[in-house]
Design a protein around this ligand. Structure first.
Ligand SMILES: Cc1cc2nc3c(=O)[nH]c(=O)nc-3n(C[C@H](O)[C@H](O)[C@H](O)COP(=O)(O)O)c2cc1C
Length: 254
């Protein structure tokens, strides 16, 4: 079983590639949360994977919340791993995620980070990658995912290949804490006059946080995955004063 979360499709693509090659089922975490289907019984030898993007040098709150509620029946025959996607680096996310699993009595066998195109555009100094870098990352990710699948085929244990980056403690435990406390909010989203009420944002919001009543309204249950702002076909969604001049990105299979 592969449990995954994704806003702009990077992690979704990887989750699907892994599920296909490992011959495992796949489930979208927000759907499980919405249906409150937190019980899962792993089959003998089944691999259980978690795939998600990095949000402010940690696993997204929604993913940690899911782990908290998960009731998993498993045995020593099961194999546990995670794959996280990031634009640059993940700080101490590995430690945070492995610890979250350990509270459920689960020992994580392996974990990997994959560098993918950046989708964080909300603050000064952050933008989507230039086209050539985006293409380079996408190209390199194909081999990376192939390598990860090879490792999973071999059920490698104790292998954690995660790009921590500089100042990982500060990023995860200071900036990450402030982000989770103060930045996860939809209050700064608004639409410009180019919004034509197409309702795509309502349809693609993974947590059902948007209702379109002529124009979108955000219902204050946002995870800040940024699916809405990146996928709006009219580029009509903005966030505060920063995003008008920023690029947009979402994963498209070439
Ligand atoms: C709120 C938010 C915070 C992010 N924080 C980080 C980060 O700390 N480090 C990083 O390298 N990328 C960061 N990113 C970029 C994403 O992790 C990256 O683009 C990821 O592949 C997006 O995955 P998705 O398309 O599955 O949503 C952040 C993105 C968002 C939306």
């Amino acid at each position: 079983m592969i449990f995954y979360f994704s806003g702009t499709g990077n992690s979704e693509w990887i989750a699907k590639e892994i599920a296909k090659k490992q011959n495992e089922e796949i489930r979208f975490i927000p759907e499980i949360i919405q249906k409150k289907e937190f019980y899962y019984r792993a089959a003998e030898n089944e691999k259980i994977g978690f795939v998600f993007p990095i949000h402010s040098w940690g696993p997204p709150k929604i993913v940690l919340n899911f782990i908290k509620h998960l009731t998993l029946e498993f045995s020593a025959s099961n194999y546990f791993f995670f794959v996280c996607t990031c634009g640059d680096d993940i700080g101490l996310s590995k430690k945070v995620f492995v610890k979250a699993l350990s509270t459920k009595g689960i020992t994580c066998n392996s974990g990997f980070s994959v560098i993918m195109p950046n989708n964080y555009i909300l603050m000064k100094g952050f933008n989507v990658d230039p086209k050539n870098l985006e293409e380079k990352k996408l190209k390199e990710s194909v081999d990376r995912v192939r390598y990860i699948n090879d490792c999973l085929n071999k059920r490698v244990t104790g292998l954690f290949e995660c790009k921590k980056g500089y100042f990982p403690f500060f990023k995860t435990h200071i900036i990450g804490l402030l982000f989770n406390k103060y930045q996860i909010s939809d209050k700064a989203f608004f639409t410009t006059n180019s919004c034509n009420g197409c309702k795509l944002c309502e349809k693609i919001c993974p947590v059902g946080n948007i209702k379109v009543n002529k124009k979108p309204e955000w219902k204050h249950n946002c995870t800040l995955c940024l699916a809405c702002i990146h996928k709006c076909p009219q580029t009509a969604i903005q966030y505060g004063k920063e995003t008008a001049k920023k690029g947009r990105y979402y994963f498209e299979k070439k």
